[in-house]
Design a protein around this ligand. Structure first.
Ligand code: NAP
Length: 319
């Protein structure tokens, strides 16, 4: 029996897919919004049993369509986000500021609870366009709709992420790996399962008007993260701190590519710790502690980046 209808923007992404699976398990119906049902239909359709998932194609700039979608929902989750800008429409301002502004006004008008996913520790990184646009989005939401809950994750990892998987691809190929800012920047990696659990808890316990920092069970430096990843794929790599000017040159080069590994804006962001703020309320305090540790979890999918795939692991090594 369906108990609530949850409209998710950005449902086809990493967090979105874990979220769909978590919500339908408890009899919530998900309406997944994507820009392109032809491209994302397959990946979405496989996330839920028949009757628990509708897929809607819509542009986040189409106010009439958003109004129509929100007329048929109890809760709205906004997971739309980008890491780099592309073309006229995919700008940080349009995606991270204007869309949250638009959607929070409509949610208020329609009396639909809003859960907006932003990011952790943005205040420290104001010289990043990504961070500033996300901060502006949060400000707009707070101005428009005080019942909205904002979730701020540190880096989110899983087999479907664009972080640990891309780093393991690079580590499997290159003998040396650059450490930006000496590899000292700290993170609290949280698994997508734990983020989805948090979103489920916010919806089911009807937690409103909160800012929740979504953190993992441990703090790791950038260097420790790279060490865990290279150990997981069984490669000894030389980790080399590189001076900032060289890092900038490499980022300027990478960002010329269509799907860049690093941009100048991300490099600026990488300087700042992504950990719990001094007075921040976290998922732990609201009774939803993260359970999955980085190293244990990565080991479960790192074989994708080892020679021989899963058959190269322990069982065969003993021979
Ligand atoms: N992953 C992390 O480490 C992390 C950390 C902190 C915060 N966050 C935030 O958490 C949210 C979800 O993250 P995620 O990792 O699940 O992201 P993701 O995998 O990149 O997915 C984001 C989704 O946003 C949609 N999207 C992208 N550009 C769009 C556009 N121009 N118009 C409409 N939709 C667009 C895409 O859906 P369609 O292609 O189907 O339209 C995509 O599936 C984002 O706001 C992100 O900034 C993520």
């Amino acid at each position: 029996m369906i108990t609530k209808k949850v409209l998710i923007f950005g449902a086809s992404g990493q967090i979105g897919r874990y979220c769909i699976r978590r919500l339908v398990r408890n009899n919530y119906k998900v309406i997944a919004v994507t820009r392109n049902t032809h491209q994302k239909g397959y990946i979405l359709k496989t996330q839920a049993p028949i009757g628990y998932l509708d897929i809607e194609q819509a542009s986040i700039f189409d106010e009439e369509k958003i109004n129509q979608l929100l007329s048929n929902a109890d809760v709205c989750v906004n997971l739309v986000g980008i890491l780099y800008e592309k073309g006229k429409n995919n700008t940080f301002n349009k995606i991270h500021t204007e869309f949250p502004d638009r959607i929070s006004k409509i949610c208020k008008k329609k009396n639909v609870d809003l859960i907006h996913v932003s990011a952790l520790a943005l205040d420290r990184a104001k010289n990043s366009k990504y961070a500033q646009s996300k901060i502006n989005g949060e400000i707009k939401i707070r101005e428009n709709f005080d019942r909205a809950t904002i979730i701020k994750p540190s880096i989110v990892f899983s087999v479907d992420d664009k972080l640990s998987t891309r780093f393991m691809s690079v580590l499997s190929l290159l003998p040396i790996f650059p450490l930006y800012y000496n590899g000292e920047t700290k993170f609290t990696p949280i698994h997508a399962v734990d983020v989805a659990e948090l979103i489920f808890n916010v919806i089911s316990k009807e937690i409103v008007s909160k800012d929740i920092e979504a953190i993992g069970p441990e703090i790791l430096s950038f260097k420790e993260i790279i060490q865990v990843l290279s150990k997981s794929i069984k490669k000894k790599r030389l980790l080399v701190p590189i001076p900032l000017f060289l890092a900038k040159i490499s980022a300027a080069f990478f960002q010329l590519f269509p799907n860049p590994l690093l941009t100048l804006d991300q490099l600026r962001l990488l300087k700042y710790d992504s950990i719990q703020s001094e007075n921040g309320i976290t998922n732990f305090e609201i009774g939803c502690p993260s359970k999955l540790y980085f190293e244990d979890s990565v080991l479960k999918y790192s074989f994708n980046y080892t020679e021989g795939g899963q058959f190269s692991i322990k069982k065969n090594e003993k021979k």
